[in-house]
Design a protein around this ligand. Sequence first.
Ligand SMILES: [Zn+2]
Length: 138
Amino acid sequence: MIREIIHDTAMLSIPADPADESDIAVADDLQDTLKANREICVGLAANMIGINKAIIVYTDTDTGEQFEMFNPAILKKSSAYEAEEGCLSLEGTRKAVRYHKILVQWDDRSMESHTRAFFNDTAQIILHETDHCHGILI
Ligand SMILES: [Zn+2]
């Protein structure tokens, strides 16, 4: 189901609770809401649709395919740079320090753990959305 985007920064500043198999419907709604906004948005976190669970979805900007992560954790980051980025929950663009290479651990919707490196644009999106799970806004 396509959900309304939350713009209340007080709500968006609350760190998310861990997600589990009971939150699969949330991931489905995130996928639908990202798809509906794909012209203007490449990633969403669950608190952006009003659910305070650590789930993100992002678009692979090379293939256009959408992926989801439950409980994403950034294990390593290297090669910092200053990015300018927007957020569907916020007005305009803001500067943020991002990393060209990150190592991420996450659970899939069956609660199986995965660890993988991501680079450049995809790393930037995952960092932005994982920040949302910690209540951090750009
Ligand atoms: Zn955002």
